[in-house]
Design a protein around this ligand. Structure first.
Ligand code: NZQ
Ligand code: ZN
Length: 392
């Protein structure tokens, strides 16, 4: 086991009706003037936003609404949000939504706390954590990205199609009521299932040996997400299934399922570039790339892939090579079964051009000047090969 430091400081408030505690929690963490950040329409039309506003007004907290965050959140919204929030004197950010909304709130919190800095140039493009941030709280409405407890936020700069994740503070609290996810479209539930799995899988494929507890945690989390993911795809009003997905979604991206080994995140790299260029849903971008990446790299450590097949998919018998390949096939079949794409044409509606593939590889590797990931460090040429494998 490698040395590690771990601190997940987010207070979790889990269960039915917990959104009614939003005002009290904001007050507890010192908020008096709140920017209420939300997305397109889902939080409004479900009545959630009104309940949150009631809860804030019950604590005499002033509210600035910053609605309209789009999936794959844009830098321009953040820049505009910082200006409005500064004028209002915001001292706390409350995000009501999923990864896109929470990431936007995290970035606005950075922008307000560092008024001399350029959020993109000084932090996101350099992947440098800002020295200060305002506190952020989250009311989660989709189990997926794990941003409600994670220490990062992902932004897209529209003009250049760059989609970049940067270290941030974790939210101070996360309110997690599984009932709030009952209104999700099936496609978004499936994207969430994929992303939750991938936050553990992108940490699981590593060469370090002897990390038994972390391995078992990761394998059980994956089995649980597969089991309850299937149930959620049948009925999105299944409280048990939605609870399991919600809690696994948070744990999967706190870092807990990868402690003691290096973090790889290859598949996220492929996915972020696809979302940057084609504006596709994050979870779907990962499903479209994972099996191509796995087939490209599994021979670096077939035993690791065989262990994944045995422990997660129950594969028995056969050689190490056969087991490794079976595990990849079964993961791919699972993604298909929940309606996820397993190649680029299923993701974006057509195959990518040679120019688009090269652009994505250039963006990921800083024009070929660096390799990405650690399980199998990927050069620009490697990235292009994997994109080509998935380009059907
Ligand atoms: O905008 P609204 O109307 O709210 O609709 C959203 C959006 O269209 C909808 N939705 C959310 N909750 C709903 C709902 N619809 C009905 N009922 C509800 N209860 O779902 C759509 C997707 O929302 P989004 O926030 O984009 O989803 P997700 O949570 O998957 O977040 C994806 C973003 O997070 C980033 C991704 O790259 C992507 O930009 N990630 C952030 C991470 C982090 N900060 O730690 C890690 C992840 O790996 C990921 O990269
Ligand atoms: Zn993700």
């Amino acid at each position: 086991m490698q040395n590690f430091e771990y601190c997940c400081s987010t207070e979790i408030v889990f269960g039915r009706d917990t959104e009614n505690k939003a005002g009290a929690k904001v007050k507890q963490y010192g908020g008096t003037k709140v920017a209420l950040v939300y997305g397109g329409n889902s939080a409004k039309s479900s009545g959630l936003l009104d309940r949150i506003k009631d809860s804030l007004s019950a604590e005499n907290i002033e509210v600035l609404e910053l609605g309209g965050v789009k999936p794959n959140p844009r830098l321009s919204f953040v820049v505009e949000g910082v200006k409005k929030a500064q004028e209002f004197g915001v001292d706390f950010l409350l995000a009501v939504g999923g990864g896109s909304v929470i990431d936007t709130a995290k970035a606005i919190a950075v922008g307000i706390a560092n008024p001399e800095a350029d959020v993109w140039e000084d932090f996101w493009s350099k992947k440098t954590k800002a020295p200060k941030s305002l506190p952020v709280g989250a009311v989660l409405t989709i189990s997926a990205a794990g941003s409600e407890t994670s220490d990062s936020a992902v932004l897209t700069k529209e003009e250049t199609h760059q989609k970049i994740g940067c270290s941030t503070e974790r939210p101070v609290f996360a309110i997690m009521n599984p009932v709030l996810t009952y209104t999700l479209p099936r496609y978004q539930i499936a994207c969430g299932i994929t992303d939750i799995m991938m936050h553990t899988m992108d940490r699981y494929f590593a060469h370090e040996e002897g990390n038994h507890f972390t391995d078992r945690v990761a394998e059980e989390l994956l089995k649980n997400v597969i089991k309850y993911g299937k149930a959620a795809m049948v009925s999105r009003k299944d409280y048990e299934a939605m609870s399991e997905l919600m809690w696994c979604g948070s744990v999967s991206h706190t870092g807990f399922t990868g402690l003691g080994r290096q973090r790889d995140f290859s598949c996220h790299k492929f996915g972020h570039e696809l979302s940057g260029i084609f504006d596709v849903a994050h979870g779907a971008s990962l499903a479209a790339m994972w099996s191509s990446w796995a087939r490209f790299v599994y021979q670096d450590n077939p035993a690791r892939f065989a262990q994944f097949a045995e422990k997660v998919w129950g594969v028995e018998g056969g050689t190490v090579e056969e087991k490794a390949r079976a595990g990849i096939r079964m993961t791919e079949e699972f993604f298909k079964s929940i309606g996820m794409p397993i190649c680029i044409s299923q993701l974006v509606g057509r195959v990518a051009t040679a120019e688009e593939i090269e652009k994505m590889a250039d963006l990921a590797t800083a024009n070929g000047s660096k390799k990405v990931a650690v399980f199998h460090p990927l050069s620009k040429q490697d990235m292009m090969k994997v994109y080509e494998m998935a380009n059907y």
